[in-house]
Design a protein around this ligand. Structure first.
Ligand code: SF4
Length: 470
């Protein structure tokens, strides 16, 4: 088959296929394995029981992100369980010869933030990590899967995974985004249009003028939430933007190897006549800043819209709308703008990068955090934190009344002490608004872009960021 008629997923899949299995699945070689402290300890324990070594330790990299406190990271950590998990990761990595990025390394951060910034994530790679949002790495044209603990064991032991080849849906985002509309709004609009299960069985290939004009950091945000639309992975074809981002990064190829790699990476992009299992299109000109109002990321609307009426929804969706309204204590037909918040969280692997902090700081410098709001800014990595401090963003946030924290997942999943309390309503730049996601079983999450979170923090309520930055 001509490379012009094949899409990136087909090319990468075939290159990494060890063999087709009798059931129709593929034994797929995994180029890069990223691990962290939460889903790896059991996998290492299983390996020990089976007396198996880590097959390719040089293809595995580790960081600590989920449990790490963002206020005081002195060892031993105050939380005994967190300390135990961190110690286990250190021991496992030392035993297996795996490079680990602890806070002492200066390279620590959320696994999906450090992979790209260190140049570990490269086009055409197959990547696996025991975390749902591994789809992030597809921003470079990698095929990246979130996996469970037993699959982490399999990759450690064999560097392979057994997977069914997904179908490919091309999602074209045409036009151009208006001021105050960000990558987060694009992916929320896609999930709203296609549903949280719309991507089941698919890889999402994002393209079109809006995607192609995005920076790498914006692309990472889009690919990050592919999983929230049900897709197995999401990717964007490698181009000058993604290749230039990688040039000179610590783990990117150098010299002649760089030239060879670039030529290979370019050849992996979907051909001009590539076939897809499905193609959908979205008009980027029409997008507004988005806000989730319910209990899954598909339950979102433009900040200038009113909450959907249950009676107008398709019959199969009505029960979930009613459940969402009951949990969120919001009323159908009301505007989402003006909804009060008590907590604001800027961070996570979706929106904890330097460009996110710059946009949020632009808004933060227009006012003061509302007196009843607790507002946190948590950089996605130590490198992001250093860059932000060099630019004085930390001072802007502090002066506006935000707490400036150390790098980690923080209140995205609240496995560390950063948690909602009771029924608190949180404007969050993270990726999941599931019940209990931010640490309180009754806490409520409104997902939005970092700039929108900053605007909500200052006004104390959901606010159209376009009013603040115009
Ligand atoms: S920031 Fe959230 S989604 Fe991302 S890796 Fe951490 S817990 Fe998972």
């Amino acid at each position: 088959m001509s490379p012009n008629t094949r899409n990136l997923l087909q090319k990468v899949w075939d290159t990494h296929s060890v063999r087709e299995l009798p059931g129709g699945q593929t034994q797929l070689f995994i180029g890069l394995h990223l691990i962290h402290e939460v889903t790896s300890p059991q996998a290492f324990a299983m390996l020990r029981e089976m007396k198996l070594p880590v097959r390719f330790p040089q293809r595995t990299f580790a960081t600590v992100d989920h449990i790490i406190p963002t206020d005081d990271q002195q060892r031993p950590l105050a939380d005994a369980l967190a300390e135990e998990m961190m110690t286990a990761l250190e021991r496992n990595c030392a035993d297996a010869g795996i490079e680990l990025f602890t806070p002492a390394s200066g390279k620590q951060g959320i696994v999906h933030v450090i992979g790209p910034e260190l140049g570990l994530t490269q086009p055409g790679m197959t990547i696996a990590c025991g975390d749902s949002h591994t789809s992030t790495h597809g921003a470079f044209g990698a095929v990246a899967f979130g996996i469970g603990t037993s699959q982490v064991r399999d990759v450690l032991a064999t560097q392979c995974l057994t997977l069914a080849r997904p179908k490919v849906r091309r999602i074209e985002v045409t036009g151009a985004l208006g001021a105050g509309v960000y990558a987060k709004d694009v992916i929320l609009a896609i999930i709203r249009a296609l549903g949280v299960k719309g991507g089941v069985g698919y890889a999402y290939e994002y393209g079109g003028a809006v995607i192609e004009s995005m920076t790498v950091e914006e692309r990472l945000t889009v690919c990050n939430m592919s999983i929230e639309g049900g897709a197995r992975c999401g990717y964007i074809n490698p181009d000058d933007t993604s290749i230039e981002y990688l040039r000179g990064r610590p783990y990117a190829p150098e010299g002649a190897a760089w030239e060879r790699a670039v030529s290979e990476w370019r050849s992996l992009a979907s051909g001009p006549d590539a076939a897809y299992d499905d193609v959908v299109s979205l008009d980027g000109d029409r997008l507004a800043p988005s806000v989730t109002w319910g209990i899954n990321p598909g339950q979102n609307i433009g900040v200038d819209e009113r909450l959907p009426l249950v009676d107008s929804a398709r019959p199969e969706h009505r029960a979930s709308l009613e459940e969402a309204y009951a949990f969120m204590d919001l009323k159908p037909g009301e505007p989402i703008a003006g909804t009060g918040i008590e907590v604001a969280f800027i961070g996570s692997c979706t929106n904890g990068r330097i460009s996110d902090l710059r946009e949020a700081a632009r808004v933060a410098q227009t006012g003061q955090v509302a007196p009843h709001v607790r507002a946190l800014v948590v950089p996605g990595s130590q490198a992001v934190a250093r860059q932000a401090q060099e630019e004085g963003l930390d001072e802007i946030f502090r002066a506006a009344g935000f707490q400036w924290r150390e790098a980690g997942c923080s209140m995205c999943l609240a496995m560390n002490p950063d948690k909602l309390v009771g029924r608190e309503m949180c404007a969050s730049s993270s990726n999941r608004n599931f019940k209990g996601r931010q640490g309180s079983p009754t806490g409520r999450t409104l997902l939005m872009s970092p700039a929108m979170v900053a605007a909500a923090a200052i006004r104390g309520k959901v606010t159209d960021v376009r009013e603040v930055i115009s």
